[in-house]
Ligand binder design. Structure first.
Ligand code: PLP
Length: 416
C-alpha cells in the first residue's frame, strides 16, 4: 500500500459511497419507526458483517465485532502505521487523534475540549473515581446493579481514603421516573460528593431517566457521573442534554469499533478539580488532555473509530435506536407473561431499547445459557446475581427476526 492509499484511509472518507444511492435514498426517505420494520433494509446491513455459522450471536453487549468495511479500514491502518512507524507517530499521530476526538465530540454533541478517547468505560470512569480528592467520611452513592469494575474502584477509594459508599437497589419495573429518582434521592446526604448512575443497566437493559436524576442531584449540590457503556451509539441523545458532570462509554460495544476504544466526557467546569492518574506536566489543570497521558498506544484502533462513526451515521442514531428497540420488543412480547418465564427488564418500552434479560423459573442462569448454546445454538450470557437471574440478550443491527424467533422457540420449549 502506498502513502496516498494510506492517507486516504486514515482520512476516513465517508462510507456513504459504499452504501450506494438506492440504500441511502431509502434511509433518507423513511422515518425511524418505519425503517425499524423494513427487513430488506436491515438484511442489507446484515450483509456487511461476516457472521459465524456456528451459533446465533445474541451477546453483542460485551463486544460487537466490526462490519466488514470498518475491519478493512482497521487492517489498512495497521499496515500503514507498520510501514511509517515512528515517523507517523512523530509527525501525524497527534493531528489524526485530534481529528477523531472532534468527530466523537460531534457525535456526543459536546465540545471537543470536554472529551477524550480512552480504552474503555472502565478507564474513563475509574479516572473520575480515582481523580476525586476523597476525604474520610465523604460519601458516594451508586446502585447494586452497577458494573463490578466501578463498584470495585469505589471500594478501593473507601479502603485507601476512608470515604463511604452507599448502595441502593434500582426499582426493577418502575411505572414512573419519579420512582427511580426517589430511590436515589433517599440515599443522598449532606456528605455526598458524587452520585454514579448507569444510563442503561447492563444486566437488564433498563434505561434510566438520567436528566431527572441529574436535576434532582444538582439541586442538592451533588455532581453525577453516568456509566454510558451500553447507551452510546445505542440510544439517540447528546451528552450535554443529560445534564451530567461526567460520562464514560465504550465504543467497542454499540459503535462496533475495534477492541479497546472508549470516551470520557468531563463538563468544562469540572475538569480543573480532577486529579489525573498518569501525570502530564505539559497540560494545564483546566485541559481535559491532562487525563489522557496513557503512553504509547495502539493508535490504529483510535484511527478506525472514524470509519465506525461513518457506518453508524449512515444508519443514524435515531434509526438505530428504533431498530434495536423493535428487535427487543419482537421477542420479549412473545414470551413476557408465559408461565415459568421471568422477564427481568422493564415492561414499559420507553424504559428499554435493545437489551433485555429473561429467566426460566427453577432453571439456574448458567444452565439456561449452556442449554441455549448446546441444544439450540443460541449464544447469550448468564446473569446470576441477587437481584437478577436469567440470560442477557443483546442483538445488534445485523440481527434478523428469524434469529430472534429461533430464540423464542427455544425459550418456549424450555419453559414448557
Ligand atoms: C455498565 C457497564 N459499565 C462498564 C463496563 C466496562 O466496559 P469495558 O470493559 O469496555 O471497560 C461494562 C462492560 O460490559 C458495562 O456493562
Amino acid at each position: 500500500m502506498n502513502k496516498r492509499e494510506f492517507l486516504r484511509t486514515v482520512g476516513g472518507s465517508s462510507l456513504a459511497m459504499m452504501f450506494g444511492p438506492d440504500l441511502l435514498a431509502r434511509i433518507a426517505a423513511t422515518s425511524p419507526a418505519e425503517l425499524a420494520e423494513d427487513e430488506a433494509f436491515w438484511a442489507s446491513i446484515r450483509a456487511r458483517f461476516t457472521l459465524t455459522p456456528d451459533y446465533i450471536n445474541l451477546e453483542n453487549g460485551f463486544y460487537c465485532f466490526q462490519p466488514q468495511e470498518v475491519l478493512e479500514a482497521f487492517i489498512t491502518n495497521v499496515r500503514g502505521i507498520n510501514v511509517e512507524a515512528s515517523h507517523y507517530m512523530r509527525t501525524r499521530k497527534d493531528d489524526d487523534k485530534l481529528r477523531v476526538q472532534k468527530r466523537l465530540a460531534s457525535l456526543a454533541g459536546c465540545s471537543p475540549g470536554e472529551l477524550i478517547i480512552t480504552r474503555n468505560t472502565t478507564e474513563s470512569l475509574d479516572t473520575v473515581i480515582a481523580g476525586f480528592d476523597w476525604k474520610p467520611g465523604d460519601e458516594a452513592v451508586m446502585a447494586n446493579q452497577d458494573y463490578g469494575a466501578m463498584l470495585d474502584m469505589f471500594k478501593l477509594q473507601a479502603r485507601r481514603r476512608g470515604m463511604v459508599n452507599r448502595l441502593i437497589d434500582i426499582p426493577m419495573d418502575p411505572k414512573t421516573d419519579a420512582e427511580v429518582v426517589e430511590a436515589y434521592a433517599k440515599a443522598l446526604t449532606p456528605a455526598t460528593r458524587l452520585l454514579m448512575i448507569p444510563h442503561m443497566v447492563n444486566i437488564t437493559g433498563h434505561v434510566l431517566p438520567v436528566r431527572a436524576i441529574c436535576d434532582m442531584a444538582h439541586a442538592r449540590g451533588v455532581p453525577v457521573m453516568v456509566d454510558g457503556a451500553h447507551a452510546f451509539a445505542h440510544l439517540d441523545y447528546r451528552i450535554p442534554d443529560l445534564g451530567c458532570d461526567y460520562y464514560g462509554a465504550s465504543l467497542h460495544k454499540w459503535l462496533a469499533t475495534p477492541l479497546g476504544a472508549g470516551i470520557l466526557y468531563v463538563r468544562k467546569d469540572r475538569i480543573a478539580s480532577l486529579w489525573p492518574i498518569y501525570a502530564d506536566a505539559s497540560m494545564p489543570d483546566t485541559d481535559i488532555r491532562k487525563l489522557n497521558h496513557t503512553g504509547t498506544h495502539p493508535v490504529h484502533t483510535d484511527l478506525t473509530i472514524e470509519r465506525a462513526i461513518d457506518f453508524h451515521e449512515t444508519i443514524g442514531s435515531a434509526r438505530k435506536e428504533a431498530r434495536l428497540r423493535y428487535l427487543q420488543q419482537h421477542w420479549t412480547t412473545k414470551v413476557r407473561g408465559l408461565p415459568k418465564i421471568v422477564m427481568n427488564t422493564p415492561s414499559d418500552p420507553k424504559r428499554t431499547a435493545g437489551i433485555a434479560n429473561v429467566g426460566v423459573r427453577r432453571m439456574p442462569p448458567g444452565e439456561l445459557a449452556k442449554t441455549l448454546l448446546d441444544r439450540y445454538r443460541v449464544f447469550t450470557v448468564a446473569i446470576d446475581g441477587a437481584l437478577v437471574k436469567g440470560v442477557r440478550v443483546t442483538p445488534q443491527v445485523y440481527t434478523s427476526l428469524g434469529e430472534l424467533d429461533a430464540f423464542v422457540t427455544a425459550l418456549r420449549e424450555l419453559a414448557a
